[in-house]
Every structure is written in C-alpha cells, then in structure tokens.
Design a protein around this ligand. Structure first.
Ligand SMILES: [Zn+2]
Ligand SMILES: [Zn+2]
Length: 307
C-alpha cells in the first residue's frame, strides 16, 4: 500500500501538472490526429470545441467559397489547428472561378463536392482538370442509392469512376460516402446505403485503390464507420493493403466531440460522436503503426501540411 506521504506527494505533482495543462495534453489516441472532413461551423470556437472533445489535433475545414471571409476569421483564431478545403457550385461556370480564387486565398483542396451530377459529366470533368492544374486534391461524395425518397444520387454511377481515374491521371481523387464504402464488397447490389455483414472480396473500391495511384479514401461519416465495423477480418487486410492511401475524417454533426446534438438518425450514431466511434473502431482493426498513418501521416503527406 502506498504510504500516506507518498500519496500526498504524487497527488500534489498530478494537481500541479493538471493546473499547467500538461495532463490534458496527453493525446487521447496515442498521438496527434488529423480530421480531414470537418464541415465548417460558423463561430470562431465551434470547430475547435468539436476537435478538443474528441481528441483531434488538426482539421481540414470543409468550407464554401461564398463563406471565404467568415472562414478566415475562424482560422485566424487557431491558425495552427486548421487548414481548409473550399467548395462552390460546380454546376455553374462561376463555381470554378470561385474555386480558383479560394485556392489562391489559401485553401488547399476542393471539397466537399456533392452534386447531382454524373461522375463523367462535363461539369465534373472540368473540376477534375482544374484540380490537376492547381495540384490540389478533390474530395467527392459518391452515392448511387438515395437515403430517402427523392434525395437522388451524387456523382454517379460509381462504376464510372475507373474511367475518370484513367482519363485524369494527374487529379488526386479522395473518395467518400456510401457509394465509395459500400463498394468494398463485390456483392454490393446497389440496394442500401449501409450494407452490413460479411464483405465479399474483390469489390470495386478495393480494386481501384490498388489499380489507380491517384485514388485516396476518406474514412469519415457513417459510411466509413460502418465499413470499419461490418467485417473486422476483411477490413484488417483492406487497411493493410491501402495503408498509405486512407485518411481519417469525421463528418460529424455533434457539437462537443462527445455526441451532444448529434444530427444523424443512424441507429449506430444516436447520441454519439462519429469521430470517437470511427477512431475506436480503427484501433480495434489495425496495428498501431497503420493507425498512425491513417490518422495523421497520410493526410499530412497528401495535403503537404507542414506540422
Ligand atoms: Zn458527404
Ligand atoms: Zn462529433
């Protein structure tokens, strides 16, 4: 048993460390974490509050070109914690002009790009070309299955993506959302956004990540979380195969990084923080070395972030 004097000394040291903020600085996930998918929240500290609550060190804020000024104010409040992507309405020619301007103003990627456009439409192909010209990645929402009646599809069909990866070899595509993650399984029948159960090897996403050096993957949202948990045995191998091309992101709507005000209606996420759920799942299905790559190294490298 610890004697009383030593106990008091230890407690005093702990209390003093805590008051200096050193204990809180202990990383929650064993090291720094980069979140590549945090939708910009207005208010200087709203983004930061989420990051602090779930142990994220740095975030890619997904902003809109029209919010450029608001975004700059928020970033200035914690300049070391943020980088940003920009999105604009790519269905209109002005959209590309605005995107070009955002990159000149300090954005380092395009995203989130989520439109009811064909993956091979002229509009999307102009965007892929601009991304290549400016040498910035483009983060795209893929969905062939509407989540509710009338929602429509986004950047579809997913089966058309290989032709685009081939036609635009200098464009760095970051795949995200239901379509991207459902297609890790070869038997996906285009019938549900979040398929569960065993994965059949040979899925389109798995193949494309192997075949095309210009395709990367974003682990965010319920789609990413679901893919990490549905078949642990398969996903362990998948993460090992693509360990240099996948990046953690949250796409969470909770306000405090602990699940408060979670907007998702998905049963697995009720009252929970997507960042915490996905990071916890990742820890369970991969090695500490690969976990580091997925949660920090890969994103910093791809986005050329000087941390
Ligand atoms: Zn999305
Ligand atoms: Zn959250």
């Amino acid at each position: 048993m610890m004697d009383r004097r030593r106990f008091l000394q230890t407690s005093a040291v702990a209390a003093s460390l805590a008051s200096q903020g050193q204990l809180e600085a202990q990383p929650m996930w064993g090291g720094p974490v980069l979140d590549i998918h945090l939708h910009f929240r207005p208010g200087a500290d709203a983004n930061f509050e989420h990051m602090q609550g779930c142990g994220v060190t740095k975030a890619v804020l997904l902003t809109r070109s029209v919010d450029e000024e608001k975004t700059k104010v928020a970033i200035a409040s914690h300049p070391d914690s943020y980088v940003r992507f920009a999105a604009a309405d790519v269905t209109k020619p002005e959209g590309l002009v605005a995107l070009r301007k955002s990159i000149a103003g300090g954005a380092i990627g395009f995203g989130e790009i989520k439109y009811h456009l064909a993956v091979n439409s002229a509009e999307m192909q102009r965007l892929y070309d601009l991304a290549a010209e400016l040498n910035v990645p483009v983060l795209i929402h893929f969905a062939d299955v509407p989540q509710f009646e009338g929602e429509g599809t986004f950047t579809s069909p997913f089966s058309g993506l290989p032709a685009m990866l081939k036609a635009h070899p200098k464009t760095k595509f970051i795949g995200h959302a239901d379509g991207f993650w459902a297609n890790i399984s070869a038997d996906f029948a285009n019938d549900t956004p979040y398929p569960t159960g065993k994965v059949k090897p040979g899925g389109l996403t798995d193949k494309m990540l192997s075949d095309y050096p210009n395709l990367y993957g974003d682990l965010s949202a319920n789609s990413g979380r679901n893919a990490m948990t549905r078949d642990p045995e398969f996903i362990r191998g998948f993460l090992a195969r693509h360990q240099n091309k996948l990046m953690f992101g949250c796409d969470c709507s909770c306000t405090d990084g602990k699940g408060k005000n979670q907007g998702s209606k998905q049963p697995a996420l009720l009252g929970k923080c997507v960042a915490r759920e996905t990071l916890t799942a990742l820890k369970q299905v991969t090695t500490p070395e690969i976990f580091r790559k997925l949660t920090w190294t890969n994103g910093n490298q791809l986005l050329n972030i000087k941390s």
